[in-house]
Design a protein around this ligand. Structure first.
Ligand SMILES: CC(C)(COP(=O)(O)OP(=O)(O)OC[C@H]1O[C@@H](n2cnc3c(N)ncnc32)[C@H](O)[C@@H]1OP(=O)(O)O)[C@@H](O)C(=O)NCCC(=O)NCCS
Length: 194
């Protein structure tokens, strides 16, 4: 399998909609405070009784074809991966963009807006390579921190971020009133200058 990863123009980002972001939820992460360390967390996994498919792109106003309608993407980064010349995944990084609350109006913060790998090619290292590329991009723009939002129902993403050196910074069970079973997890990775 030959993986080719390259930065691409942000104007092409709608092409990522070709790659399903959906995943099957069979297990969820349980999060507990580390004894004696109130802001540190331990993640364990629990199987759920009724597995289901989660699809972020199915949410109204979400997905790669929508972002340019709501935000100015001028300062965003986009890397795509091809496997044997087929689009296999991508990562999108938001930076210096009014209206993106997660950016906290900080020029030294970048947010992983989207990361996805084609279902048949997951688990082969493509996601890790995309995340590395995003980190490098953020560092080259003098960012000192990378931030990522996910949910406790996304075990693969949580494991990827933890393995990549991200630290769980916030656990918000009430973040999605319409999805009471999902807990918002905010991950952060401090970036050293390259
Ligand atoms: C999350 C995602 C991008 C990971 O990409 P990937 O190419 O499969 O990840 P990698 O192969 O680089 O795996 C890196 C690490 O992530 C973790 N991981 C990946 N898939 C996993 C899975 N199904 N279950 C548990 N851990 C998993 C492992 O720790 C893995 O390291 P290891 O192989 O040494 O065990 C991919 O699963 C995906 O596209 N999911 C749907 C889209 C999505 O949820 N995006 C994130 C939104 S917040």
């Amino acid at each position: 399998m030959k993986v080719a990863l390259a930065e691409a123009p942000i104007r092409d980002v709608a092409e990522l909609a070709q790659i399903p972001i959906s995943f099957r939820v069979e297990r969820v992460c349980e999060i507990a405070a580390k004894p004696g360390e109130p802001s540190a967390w331990v993640l364990t996994e629990r199987e759920i009784a009724s597995p289901y498919l989660k699809d972020y792109d199915a949410i109204a106003r979400e997905g790669p074809t929508q972002w340019a309608k709501y935000f100015d993407l001028t300062n965003w980064g986009y890397f795509r991966a091809h496997v044997d010349s087929r689009l296999a995944g991508g990562v999108v990084i938001a930076h210096r963009t009014p209206g993106v609350t997660m950016l906290e109006e900080r020029g030294d913060l970048a947010v992983i807006w989207d990361i996805r790998v084609a279902p048949g090619l997951r688990g082969l290292g493509v996601g890790s390579s995309l995340l590395d590329a995003a980190e490098h991009w953020a560092r080259s723009r003098e960012c000192t921190e990378l931030k990522i939002e996910t949910q406790n129902i996304n075990v693969a993403a949580c494991r990827l971020y933890a393995k990549s050196g991200c630290v769980l910074q916030a656990v918000n069970p009430q973040a999605y009133p319409e999805l009471p079973d999902e807990i918002q997890l905010l991950w952060s990775k401090p970036l050293k200058a390259s």
